[in-house]
Design a binder for this molecule. Sequence first.
Ligand code: G6D
Length: 350
Amino acid sequence: MDILKETFGRLKNGKEIIKYSLINDNNFLINILNYGGIITEIIAPDKEGNPGNVVLGFDNIRDYEEKSPYFGAAIGRNAGRISNAKFEINGQRYTLAHNNGKNNLHGGNKGFDKVIWDVENVINNDFVELRMSYLSIDGEEGFPGNLDVNITYFLNNNNELEIKYSAISDKDTIINLTNHTYFNLSGDLKKDVLEHKLTINADKVAYVDNQIIPTGELVDVRNTVFDFRKAKEVGKDINKEIEQLVNCGGYDHPFVLNKDKSFSARLEDEKSGRVLEIITDQPIIVFYSGNGLGEELILRGNRRCKKHLGLCLETQDYPDAINQANFPTKIYRSGEKYEAYTKYKFYVNS
Ligand code: G6D
């Protein structure tokens, strides 16, 4: 068990960015930056024991600063979109950045993916911790309240990455945090994720409009392209002329997880044998099939990116809930603690 640290680079403003390498006794490795809490690499073995990187990312800080589609990043204050970039609490209207058409996406122009987190690392016998903290001041990106945020990454010897989120505001506010890692279990991006098999423990999916804002409809997945209750290849239905898929260029949908919290989602790559199992206490997983990934991006190892080269499984609360009458809405009162938990368990099928 160890945590190594080294300089990853400097932001345009000269600030030094540190890379923390969390390593367990199986040589399973996770690299995380104090910039955006970004997971830059996860090195996991295949069924022959060969290590391979299973996430998308860059090998330099400038690309993360200027070109990243949120690769590996902590997302906040609000994961997903806020329609029309505004919301109201206690009769007070709050206006946010219109950074995604007329809507607000992932906390605005400078969300938690673009801030420098204070880091404390702790090495225990059977797990290591990276404790990240940040004070988002009242009005930052238009959100109310001084928000004290903590995100802790744990790596244990079961090849499990656990992420615990907590936050407290001194004003009534909204909070919805997630991690935006793009996974590709083939190892070092050997191929895209269209042949990965995905299972999502969800009987319902939230439909979205052509700006990927929820319509408010929660639809039964049975007999639809959204039925991932049994393992299904990501690419099986992805190009079907279904309005919901055409609107997004693939999947970009909030799945409403079933009450059974023992299992949320599973991603498998048969060739490598790698499996990622996700367990979360959150009500939603947004499955985004990397529809916006383009060949303009050059990734780590000089690998040209492309559509569907990676996919995201973003655990979170209901998106745009503050503006969606049909969704459970959570307003965090002043002094009320926000907490969220997600575990990513990596193993191999022989
Ligand atoms: C697109 O709609 C998707 C988002 O869900 C994703 O987070 C972003 O690209 C990177 O806007």
